[in-house]
Ligand binder design. Structure first.
Ligand code: PLP
Length: 349
């Protein structure tokens, strides 16, 4: 029986087309900027995001770290959401390695931060205070229901950033999901930001890699910082080749994942013992809860795994399911049938 792995879209395997181009990729030493395939991927990424230049890095975490190191100096404060991936899941790399302090602002359920709250978090010029250096947005917002931030909102935040002479970084790990959900080009979402990072290794199914995009000047310094954190790769064209397929063949199909997420969410809404906010599901990430049951999230995920379905427990009652390239209509039906059976056998007494 096929495993249905809904823990994350990072579990996607490279496509046959990716494996083929990887085997044949023309390569060179990328630290010397001589890998033609990396150079081609970076040019494509910059073009797609509407920026002057791009830089290929190992991971989304490195993309964010390198961006923050490049924009800010030691002792600077960075305004970010309290549910931001940078804040929750990146080992405080910006503090540990960059001497940067996170100033969190509450994230709303749609991944945004209140504009007034952002503005209130900007430090005044006072000898007691750190200097605010940057505002970081996340699009789509992983921990906030995979919600996309729209162009108007990003522009509004950018206006605050410009007013206070701050940089704006967008953690766009899933920016193409946001673009698909909103029906706008990714470059419109990235436009107001000074830098944007995105992942090739999530819904786009490449095995490894992320890109950072920004101005010529920004990318030149980001390249130095990539080397600083040990991220200078050599014949990385092997990986970049898969990234080119990700950008040319895998972006358009992301909307299918959103349809599947919607199907899954609607099915969950009809299962007694599961709870979901249907309106929150806008892209490929589905958060739901076990309620009115004898079991919690850990036990639920264990029972689902016994039926060949992997979901991620994220709290005593909360679980996450993420749709992706390897998840079909039939997989959604099988998943819902299994969930139904698990809850049926574990009714609250
Ligand atoms: C996955 C993710 C990252 C980090 O990417 P890795 O490649 O896993 O390091 C950063 N930001 C967001 C919003 C993510 O979902």
């Amino acid at each position: 029986m096929k495993w249905i792995d809904l823990r994350s879209d990072t579990v996607t395997q490279p496509t046959p087309a990716m494996r083929e181009v990887m085997a044949q990729a023309e390569v060179g030493d990328d630290v010397f900027e001589e890998d033609p395939t990396v150079n081609r991927l970076e040019a494509m990424a910059a073009e797609l995001l509407g920026k002057e230049k791009a830089l290929f890095v190992v991971s989304g975490t490195m993309a964010n770290l390198v961006s923050l190191l490049t924009h800010c100096g030691r002792g600077n404060e960075i305004i970010m959401g309290d549910q931001a991936h940078i804040f929750l899941y990146e080992q405080a790399g910006c503090a540990a390695l960059g001497g940067l302090q996170a100033r969190t602002v509450k994230n709303q359920a749609d991944g945004s931060m209140d504009l007034g709250a952002i503005e209130a978090a900007v430090r005044a010029d006072n000898v007691h205070f750190p200097r605010t250096g940057l505002i970081a947005l996340e699009n789509t917002h992983n921990r906030c229901n995979g919600s996309p931030l729209n162009v108007d909102y990003v522009q509004a935040v950018s206006k605050i950033a410009r007013h206070y002479k701050l940089k704006l970084h967008m953690d766009g790990a899933r920016i193409f999901n946001a673009a698909a959900a909103l029906g706008v080009p990714a470059k419109d979402l990235a436009g107001p930001a000074d830098s944007v990072s995105f992942c090739l290794s999530k819904g786009l199914a490449a095995p490894v890699g992320s890109l950072v995009c920004g101005s010529h000047e920004f990318i030149a310094q980001a390249r130095r910082n990539r080397k600083l954190v040990g991220g200078g790769m050599r014949q990385a064209g092997i990986l970049a080749a898969a990234g080119i397929i990700a950008l040319t063949e895998m972006v358009e199909r992301l909307a299918e994942d959103h349809v599947h997420a919607r199907q899954l969410a609607q099915g969950i809404a009809h299962i007694e013992g599961l709870k979901i906010d249907l309106g929150s599901v806008k892209t490929n990430i589905v958060y739901f809860e076990v309620a009115n049951s004898r079991i919690g999230a850990n036990e639920f995920s264990r029972l689902a795994a016994a039926q060949g379905i992997r979901v991620m427990p994220l709290g005593p009652r909360q679980l996450r399911a993420v749709t992706h390239y390897h998840i079909s209509d039939a997989d959604i039906s099988r998943t819902l049938n299994s969930f139904q059976a698990i809850l049926h056998h574990n009714k609250a007494v």
